[in-house]
Structures are given as C-alpha cells and as structure tokens.
Write a protein that binds this ligand. Structure first.
Ligand code: SAH
Length: 254
C-alpha cells in the first residue's frame, strides 16, 4: 500500500476536548503534539483547532515544548473549514509547475488526500524531477496553502503510485470517478447524481490523456469514466474544476 509522506489528513487535526472560552489560555491534549509537529508549528503561530461540537476556533500557540502545548483561542469561526465530505484526488504526475499549482488549489478547495500516480502517458517521478528536483517541495506547498486558507488539517500527500494501485485505492471511495476526455457515457454531473457520498475519489489523467486500456480497467474496477464537457482542459484545470464541482454538489462550497 502506498505511503503517506507528510503526516497530513486526520493526523494533522488539532482537537479540543471541551469548548474553550475565548482569550483564556488552555492546554492542548498530548495527542495534539504529533499534529503540531506535522504542522511544523512554532510559538506565536495562529492555528485552527476543532472544538467538541463541530465548531472551529482560531488560536495562538503560546507554549510549545516536547511535552506540553498551550494556546489562547481568540476567535470562534462561523463555519468549520473542514467539510465532512472527503475528496481524494489521484493525479497523473504532470510538469513541475503544474503539480505545484494543483497541490495549492486542491488544498484551498478542501480535499483530504492527493495521490500522484504514474500512468502510461504520464511523466515518471525521475522525469518530473529531471534537471532540478522539486518533489521535496510538495509537502511545504500543502502546508503553506493550508495555513493560508485556515484549514484545520492539511491534505495527506502520498508517494507516487502506479495506475493499478491508484485504481485499487480509488475504488474504495463511496463514489469513484475517472475524468475521461474521450467518449464517456456520463458527465461528471450525472456521475454524482443525487447521491450524497461521504467519500469521493477523482482520477485525473496526464496531458497525454488516459489510454483506452486504462479507461477499461477503471470501469472494471468500479471507477466510472465521466466527461467534463466538450472542451479539453489542461490536467491541472480538470483536477481543480472537478474538485470544485464535487465540493459544491456534495460538500461545503457554496
Ligand atoms: N491529450 C488528451 C487530453 C488530456 S487532458 C487529448 O488531447 O485528448 C488531461 C486530463 O484532464 C485528461 O486525461 C482528463 O483526466 C482530464 N480532462 C481534460 N478535459 C476533460 C474533459 N473534457 N472531460 C473529462 N476529463 C477531462
């Protein structure tokens, strides 16, 4: 199974055991220390933590040692930045700049997991990193985007996986769709239908597109090939647009 490389997802959530009082310093539970390390948090930093009743708070970190973390909540958010819908994106590895854009925008759109994959027409990690190695910057891009949009967690970033493994992982979501630029019988809209799943997986192809064999394999694995309309989008546009549509149809993007 593929490995998460950045301790994102639920591991990065900061939870409070009880409802805090604004401007009153509180101690974070020991379980939060791991999440704070994943965020690379420092004293003085402002973070989003989740209260016991789906409420999120902005807090300032005032003490951070190996054994203790204390913070001062100063704002109660009207709405939690984390939707209950989990969206996982399986993205065929594109050019350097493209993937950085995808990481940043998908984080803003609230996705839970990003899995780069290698398909028959995509770049390999070695090709992606040729000349100047950029993949080590990926976790940092996610973190910065998550801080900027005040998320309470940042997306899990997985190591790059072969298409077949991505297919297996995607097939575990309650709704799994492949964005297919060739002739697809259904649109993304129809693929979602009136269904209200808790988890959605979206597979996005490379500039060279998915092969017919990959489309057939997806269909056999229960991953429905769907179209995003009559224009061929760049891979990064397709990923961002599809995540936004799903977040709007099923999640919290209004
Ligand atoms: N080279 C291909 C285009 C690939 S576009 C061609 O010319 O046909 C890159 C990826 O973005 C595709 O594999 C698909 O996952 C997604 N995509 C782009 N436009 C799309 C559309 N209109 N419908 C569904 N998926 C699309």
């Amino acid at each position: 199974m593929s490995v998460c490389v950045n301790r994102g997802g639920h591991e990065s959530r900061l939870r409070l055991a009880s409802t805090p009082t604004l401007e009153q310093e509180i101690c974070l539970a020991p379980e939060c220390l791991g999440a704070l390390a994943a965020w690379q948090a420092r004293v003085g930093e402002i973070l989003t933590v989740e209260g016991p009743d789906q409420t999120a708070y902005r807090v300032r970190l005032v003490v951070l040692t190996e054994t203790e973390a204390r913070c001062v909540p100063f704002e109660r958010l009207r709405q939690t930045p984390e939707s209950t819908l989990s969206i996982d994106i399986y993205q065929a590895l594109p050019d350097k700049e493209c993937f950085e854009l995808v990481l940043q925008k998908l984080t803003e759109l609230g996705v839970s997991r990003i899995v780069p994959m290698q398909t028959s027409h995509s770049l390999s990690l070695a090709e992606h990193d040729a000349g100047q190695k950029k993949s080590h910057r990926w976790p940092d891009i996610l973190l910065r985007a998550a801080r900027q949009c005040r998320r309470a967690m940042f997306p899990e970033l997985h190591e790059i996986v072969p298409f077949e493994e991505a297919l297996q992982m995607a097939g575990q979501a309650e709704l799994a769709l492949m964005l297919y630029e060739g002739e697809a019988r259904w649109t993304l809209d129809e693929g979602v239908g009136n269904y209200k799943p808790n988890s959605v997986a979206l597979m996005v192809g490379p500039e060279g597109g998915f092969s017919e064999a990959e489309r057939d394999a997806a269909q056999s694995a229960g991953v429905l090939p769907v179209s995003l309309g009559p224009r061929i989008l760049r891979t990064e546009t397709a990923a961002i647009v599809a995540a936004a549509i799903v977040q709007n149809r099923v999640g919290d993007l209004r």
